[in-house]
Structure formats: structure tokens, C-alpha cells
Design a protein around this ligand. Sequence first.
Ligand code: ZN
Length: 138
Amino acid sequence: MKSFRKELIIKTDDRREYINITRDVQEAIRESEIKEGFVLVNAMHITASVFINDDESGLHHDFEVWLEKLAPEKPYNMYRHNGYEDNADAHLKRQIMGREVVVAITEGRLDFGPWEQIFYGEYDGKRAKRVLIKIIGE
Ligand code: ZN
């Protein structure tokens, strides 16, 4: 069995953003030369997510509205976590949207269902953050 590890560095311009990282993951699979196996992709920060869904801007807007209802950014003082920080909402949003995904690799490709794409979800951006890609197989 072979294994391969790679980190992506992502810095968003906005506090909240969704970035399609499917091509980066497929590129890592190509670099690994692994044809059959699994790829794990996870955010390495507790205010960001990695998840799979549709690459459709209306849906991403709907995520934003939905998450702001569940865990609004403001007022900052509604959260106990916000003392020196102002990112309690980002921790909660990440918890809802998830930490990681695992995808099967078949014949060197991501073995997706229809419309599946891998996204990095940022909830407390404007600084460099890391995403881990770990691939095992042969
Ligand atoms: Zn925090």
C-alpha cells in the first residue's frame, strides 16, 4: 500500500467564502500515482469546513442564509466564546458543515456521484489556512 500527503494553503478575501477544491484534490491523486484507494480531505482549522455538494451559486447563497439563521455572526457579545475573539459563529458553522470528506479513487479518478464537488468552506477568513489531503491505496 502506498500513501501520499499534501497540504493546500487557502487565503480568502472575505470572512466567509466557498471554494471549489476538486481540481486540487484530483491533481494530488495524479501526483500520488495511486489508482485504487481513498482520499481524505480535511480542514486543518476549527473555523473552516470541507464538504461535498453542488457547485451552484444559488445553493451557496442558501448555505449563507441558513447558517446565519442558525449561528449569526453578530451581535458578537451573544456568545461566551467571544472575549478576545469574535469567531464563535465560525466555530458553530464549521460544526454544522463538517470537518472532512472521504472519496473513493477508482482508476486514478475521484469516484463521484452526479454533481458532487469538493468545497472548502471558510467562516473566519482573511488569513492563510491549511487543508490536508491524505491518499492511501495502490
Ligand atoms: Zn475561536
